[in-house]
Design a protein around this ligand. Structure first.
Ligand code: ZN
Length: 146
């Protein structure tokens, strides 16, 4: 837990502007990224304030990537992306998290690296976002074997 960290504070305004919590997974929490130029874009955040992948024990690493795989499976089942970009950056927020960015042939930045905040930006309205989050939660519950 770090006082300055947007993932460690329950009501951090920076985080609330950027994303909405979907649910907890085994060792992480999944957030719906509000800017949706890449439909289904999410961020998966490790439960503890850990800076780097190499700070995890082998067991924690395995559990974290099991959560990554489960989230990716849910996004694949719901959004049918042609691929997913997985990014671990941590330059601005030093709390271990992974951007899950679905990419679509013919869609935003297909064949290129995704942009953190593409232009023009695309936001869902509140009801649409709620519905996407409900669908992702339901799909995560349906996925077994993780
Ligand atoms: Zn943190």
């Amino acid at each position: 837990m770090a006082e300055e960290c947007m993932y460690c504070q329950a009501e951090d305004e920076r985080r609330l502007r950027l994303m909405t919590k979907i649910t907890k997974l085994k060792v992480s929490a999944l957030y719906f990224y509000r800017e949706q130029s890449y439909p289904g874009r999410c961020v998966l955040v490790y439960r503890d304030h850990v800076r780097k992948l190499t700070d995890l024990t082998p067991e924690a690493y395995t559990a974290f990537f099991t959560d990554v795989a489960k989230a990716a499976q849910a996004l694949t089942d719901l959004y049918h992306p042609d691929k997913i970009n997985y990014l671990v950056l941590g330059d601005l927020c030093p709390h271990l998290h992974i951007h899950l960015v679905p990419k679509y042939q013919g869609g935003t930045d297909w064949g290129e690296i995704f942009q953190m905040m593409p232009e023009p930006q695309r936001y869902l309205d509140e009801a649409e976002e709620k519905e996407e989050i409900r669908k992702i939660c339901k799909k995560l519950e349906e996925i077994n074997g993780f």
